[in-house]
Write a protein that binds this ligand. Structure first.
Ligand SMILES: [Zn+2]
Length: 161
């Protein structure tokens, strides 16, 4: 596998390993813009992946600290999938990807970075971006800054009302 220079991943590798759960602390921080939270449903919310595998890589997580997909209630699962559907549509309008990978990475062997709080990945794909599924690839080049991407997506969400 090609190893590309990927400074945003270095931050992840070398960063202090906090004991707090980011999927619990981010929505509780009261600073959705600062925390890159795009929007909230009743039981789950959408945020940008700070260590993305592609532009527009989003995560949907329940507010409740639940480790595994099997611990999600029907209502939580429905809320997450409803948000995922809405955001596939927003991403489609804002970024015109050719396709998406949407799913759960369960267990480290499957590429899960944070195993203690279940989350759904939405990864936009463009023809020729890679031959690997980006959730399996080690590193990716992400040309657009997270903050810039956040603004684009929030603007697109506002347009859709
Ligand atoms: Zn948590």
């Amino acid at each position: 596998m090609d190893r590309l220079w990927a400074p945003w991943r270095i931050g992840y590798v070398l960063g202090e390993k906090s004991t707090e759960c980011i999927f619990c602390s981010k929505p509780a921080a009261g600073d959705d813009e600062g925390e890159l939270i795009l929007n909230r449903g009743p039981l789950s919310y959408v945020l940008m992946n700070a260590y993305p595998y592609n532009n527009g890589h989003l995560l949907v997580a329940p507010y409740e600290h639940i480790a595994d997909i099997s611990g999600l209630s029907e209502e939580q699962l429905a809320d997450m999938v409803r948000l995922a559907k809405a955001w596939v549509e927003v991403l489609r309008r804002a970024m015109h990807p050719d396709g998406f990978n949407v799913g759960f990475n369960i267990g480290r062997v499957a590429g899960a970075g944070i195993e203690e709080h279940v989350h759904l990945h939405i990864v936009p794909r463009w023809n020729g971006d890679t031959n690997f599924m980006p959730v399996l690839a080690d590193t990716r080049v992400v040309p657009q800054s997270l903050r810039e991407c956040y603004e684009v997506l929030r603007n697109e969400l506002a347009k859709s009302g």
